[in-house]
Design a protein around this ligand. Sequence first.
Ligand code: ATP
Ligand code: MG
Ligand code: MG
Ligand code: MG
Length: 482
Amino acid sequence: MMTPNELRQRFLQFFEERDHRVVASSPVVPQADPTLLFTNAGMNQFKDLLLGNETRDYTRAASVQKCVRAGGKHNDLDEVGRDGRHLTFFEMLGNWSFGDYYKRESIKWAWKFVLEELKLAPERLYVTIYKDDDECFDIWTQEMGLDPARVLRLGDIEAGDEENFWSMGPTGPCGPCTEIHYDLHPEYGPMTFGVGYDEDRINEIWNLVFMEFNRDEDGTLNPLPMKSVDTGLGLDRAAMVVAGRDNVFHTDLFTPIFQSLFELLGQDVGRDLDAFYKSDNFTDYAVIADHVRTVTFAICDGAKFANDGRGYVLRRILRRAVRHGRNLGFDAPFLHRVAAAVVEAYGDIYPELRATGQEAAELIRLEEERFFRNLDRGLELFEDAAARAESEGKKTLSGQEVFQLHATFGFPPDLTEIMAEERGMSIDWESYESLWKEHQETSRGKDMYADAAGVGDWETLEEGPANTFVGYGTLETHTTLR
Ligand code: ATP
Ligand code: MG
Ligand code: MG
Ligand code: MG
């Protein structure tokens, strides 16, 4: 079985053998792209090449890219710990053609890599394509020999359905794509691969995007001067499937992070992992493990905790992790020590971590210390409020309490929402939002609350309901309150 290290190496080697230039990962904090909160795909650093605004001395590239999906168009923060497939930090293996090869070669090589290198069984593989991409359909069915019943047409951009039409953000390069999926549970029996298929069972591993358009501000799709290919194979998901697992957290990628938690908690570092994966509080460990990777990579790449923008996303992620740590029994800063384990585990692959790791761990320590100061009192307030609501037969937490937890104890509302959901409760957002507005209108109130627990004037970057998203241009200032 291939280890994650071998996976990275084999991928790069495979494409190097096919004349691709191996390019290093760019930082997770985008360097020159104001439209992006975090690097969310391998193609980000090649955006200008794809748009035809830049040329280099190569037309084929391959890389292993550090990605964070916790804001903007690609935001998976709320999936972490709820399914076994989404992480806020992950690595993306990718290969590119900049006006060089197109659909045929990219499909042929991906298929070869999946069958011969990852050694996945063809009877467990399925493919989706964009609805009217007949060329793609023919390549899969006639040239690769796939049974047409394994190829599903999805998406319809005119009708607003962006399945199998990939874009980096609301503007920029985009195009139809074809995705390779793996059946994690063939033992569930025969199934029809159709619209509404079970994504927990049929898990996407690789996306091949055919970059044809540049979408402008008003949504118009302008054809690009040349056709390019942009692919992304999730390393964590690839590691999962080659290991015969059905959860990304059950891979070697997370073992050193879990072991660091075991050590800090005084548990047996060599404890049986399969039993651990099934244990009741595994989700606490898993969410911490995801979040600490995200925070460590981002801070090492130069991000800072803050009350707005990127820094606020990181602050919220850290506070979620700390609160899961509290569930495990930590009552003082611990995450910075797990961050050190992340640096240790990834330092050979991403040497930049070693350069800034210590400084990052110190920033993380200060940040968690700040939240720990008020954590227990906040948790108590939440417990009382939830118990009171329950005793009154209510299933919602009032805005007043969510507001107080936020303003006085530094519990971001999205964290309170998770805690409420864990108790089968929801939040009265309307009353929360009106309190928040009131508070914002009185500048004195603003000052009063600004420092209580490091929560001041803040904005969020999440997508609105039902996958609508707010433009990247306004991403630091939009109005949704959670
Ligand atoms: P999904 O449909 O599972 O959310 P996606 O279509 O959003 O994935 P792409 O944007 O196509 O993902 O990214 C390319 C690949 O990166 C995916 O096929 C998957 O292997 C991996 N990937 C995407 N999001 C995540 C994530 N949150 N955690 C781990 N791997 C991911
Ligand atoms: Mg996704
Ligand atoms: Mg998808
Ligand atoms: Mg995809």
